[in-house]
Ligand binder design. Structure first.
Ligand SMILES: Cc1ncc(COP(=O)(O)O)c(C=O)c1O
Length: 458
């Protein structure tokens, strides 16, 4: 079958119906889905790596390939997905991506699509006001937390160090997400310019150790300029004492970047707002709608207290562009981050917020907090568990008296497939994580995991 590049309306409608039926079946199946689907079929993988043919194929046949390609691995829609950082997905965001790709307007430069750039700015404005970053705040939607951390590090470097950053020093902890150290390397820093600050026994950065490290480095001729605090670490969910770190940053003249990629959106809830208090003092902040709001992978944001810092670090001019980087009060998105051409990410955040409102997102996050607290309560009495950390937000981390038993418990949970867990290593010891961030997670999922762990220990 041959399709030209302009399918007629009847063909377009038929295709949309097929895709819509396919996705509707997928969403209907999500609540009962296993969390883990095992290994993929190597024959399917080889088939899917075929190059395209000269002539087009039938969509039904292509969808069968997509269905086969979806087999194996971790099934994110499942409420039993409790590994890494869960993301249940949103049907409304899929509609947003469809619309954004269909419209295919250029949102790097405001003048090219002013209304759509206004939509994207409205989403960022909502976030900067949610996090209390003040009247001069701005931000940009990027592909995720890694790029948000990178953009934060580059902005801090530009403001605090200018062009000579060979003596600069960055402070983080052993629990900071690895994307921050990667961002620092990509931004031109050597490994020895990244300093790991000590943590307390609950894995929070020790503000006094931070102060001492900064002062010792300064006395030794280094240039401390950036501290990165975590608003929810990936491995054990710890939220640093953001006020205490902001105090040290202010007293010592450092830029404060907060990595809220996992934990940031808990600010929508009362409990989260109080746990994250101090986040409003960040100079820059990474947040990920594709984590806390379950929006499609590829939506992260860096937010900054002062728009001019972001623009100074990222403004690029070309003779083929307009002289001003603003149109009708709308800043060019390209001036706020590393990308010029970019997907219209605003649509897949804005459309779900328009269709659902904010409240359901808050309720889902509240429910994750409830379920993490429930998991903690059930686990803490089980003999054979050496330590269960009280969750700061929605990740429960646990250490076994015997690491091997911990590994066995995880393998049992994963082999039964109803739930999926992933581990981390803390101070050389195996630590199992139960990461709750999927609105489809229920008490039954938690009960199942707790029971398999208890049975493994019995
Ligand atoms: C705390 C934290 N920061 C940064 C990242 C990186 O985000 P991304 O995978 O969107 O690049 C993650 C990812 O899990 C994270 O949990």
């Amino acid at each position: 079958m041959t399709y030209f590049l302009e399918p007629d309306r009847a063909t377009r409608e038929a295709w949309v119906r097929l895709v819509s039926d396919y996705l509707n079946d997928y969403f209907d199946a999500a609540p009962g889905m296993d969390a883990y689907d095992g290994d993929a079929d190597s024959g399917v993988l080889a088939r899917l790596r075929r190059p395209p043919a000269e002539t087009g194929r039938d969509l039904a046949e292509v969808l069968a390939d997509i269905e086969a390609g979806s087999e194996g691995g971790i099934l994110h829609p499942s409420g039993g997905h409790l590994s890494y950082i869960p993301n249940a997905g949103q049907f409304t965001a899929a509609l947003g991506e469809f619309l954004a790709a269909g419209l295919n307007r250029y949102t790097g430069i405001a003048y090219c699509a002013p209304g759509l750039v206004a939509i994207e700015h409205s989403v960022v404005d909502w976030m900067t006001s949610l996090f209390g970053l003040g009247p001069d705040a701005a931000g940009v939607l990027l592909s995720g937390g890694s790029m948000a951390n990178f953009t934060g590090v580059v902005t801090a470097r530009s403001v605090k160090l200018g062009d000579d950053f060979t003596r600069g020093r960055i402070y983080l902890t052993a629990h900071t997400h690895h994307s921050v150290a990667k961002a620092a390397r990509l931004a031109g820093f050597r490994a020895d310019q990244i300093v790991k600050v000590a943590v307390d026994e609950d894995r929070h950065m020790d503000p006094e150790a931070l102060r001492e490290a900064i002062r010792a480095d300064r006395a030794a001729g280094h240039d401390p300029f950036l501290v990165v605090a975590s608003a929810g670490t990936t491995d054990t969910g710890a939220v640093d004492d953001l006020h205490a770190i902001a105090d040290v940053a202010a007293e010592e003249g450092l830029w404060l970047h907060v990595d809220g990629a996992y934990g940031g959106f808990f600010i929508l809830t009362d409990r989260g707002r109080s746990r994250l208090d101090g986040i409003q003092r960040a100079d820059s902040l990474a947040v990920d709608p594709h984590k806390g709001m379950s929006l499609p992978f590829g939506s992260g944001a860096v937010l900054v207290r002062d728009e001019s810092a972001l623009v100074d670090a990222h403004l690029g001019r070309g003779a083929y562009l307009k002289a001003e980087d603003e149109y009708m009060g709308l800043r060019d998105i390209a001036s706020l981050g590393p990308e010029l051409s970019r997907p219209f990410r605003g649509m897949s955040v804005w459309l779900p917020l328009q269709l659902h409102g904010v409240a359901p997102f808050r309720d889902a996050l509240d429910r994750s907090l409830d379920l993490a607290a429930y998991a903690y309560d059930r686990l803490k009495g089980i003999p054979g568990l050496e330590k269960v950390w009280r969750p700061d937000l929605s990740i429960v981390a646990l250490r076994f008296a015997d690491d091997e038993v911990g590994r066995k418990a995880m393998e049992r949970v994963n082999s039964e497939r109803k739930a999926h867990l992933s581990p981390t290593i803390v101070e050389g010891r195996f630590v199992l994580r139960i990461a709750v961030l999927n609105r489809r997670t229920t008490e039954e999922h938690i009960d199942h995991v707790v029971e398999v762990i208890a049975e493994t220990l019995a």
